[in-house]
Design a protein around this ligand. Sequence first.
Ligand code: BTN
Length: 240
Amino acid sequence: MALTLDIDRIRSHFPHRPIHHFPVIDSTMTAAAACEIGAVVLADEQTAGQGRHGHSWHSERDAGIYCSLVLEPAPVLTLALGLATLEAIVQVTGLSCDLRWPNDVMIGEKKVAGILVHLADAKGIAGIGINVNHARFPEPLAREATSLRIETGREISLTEILIAFLHAVDTFTQEDQPTILRLFSHASSYAAGRRVTVFQSDGLVEGVTAGLDPSGFLIVRKDDGTDTLIVAGGVRAARS
Ligand code: BTN
């Protein structure tokens, strides 16, 4: 099985999308910022992969999917992309995954994929990182991250994952907002009834999740009975 991305095969599945491929790049987000809507930017390796909240994204050569997509901005785009990523992983590997609001894809308590969305110049620039064939992660990341290879015990085709993901993006980005909220709430154990800690710029919030509001923000019910609306990430399962 070829383990590197088969760009010709990916292009043949998505003839309507401009697909740009870099063996090495700082970040696919940088290249995507200059692309038109519909474009896909892929890299085999990133030297300055960006994560959410100013973190870096571990981007070992040929081990993961490092992809940026240029999309029409849409409400709940970030939740739709989480669903698309989960769908691709489940389809190709059969693993059970969870979604930690808003869009971390989890296997058990470890993160296997992450999504970052920037809005700029009337474009939604979405970055998707999926840990596929990493055999291990450096500390301290190893405590929080996993890969499809670690979870299945076998190597997984990057090309199959990417093709399944891009098809799922086409499907989920056509759904309306109430449908995305319903699908997300169904797929995510974090959406309701989960005790969480949320790291916010003005301090910590702890409580039990109580669903999504109509805009897709997470409602957390604190122990004093009041609700807080979480509009950005930083959600973690609370230690019991
Ligand atoms: C997160 O922190 O969960 C989001 C991670 C997003 C990583 C991807 S890899 C492809 C794209 N390019 C980047 O530099 N970051 C995103």
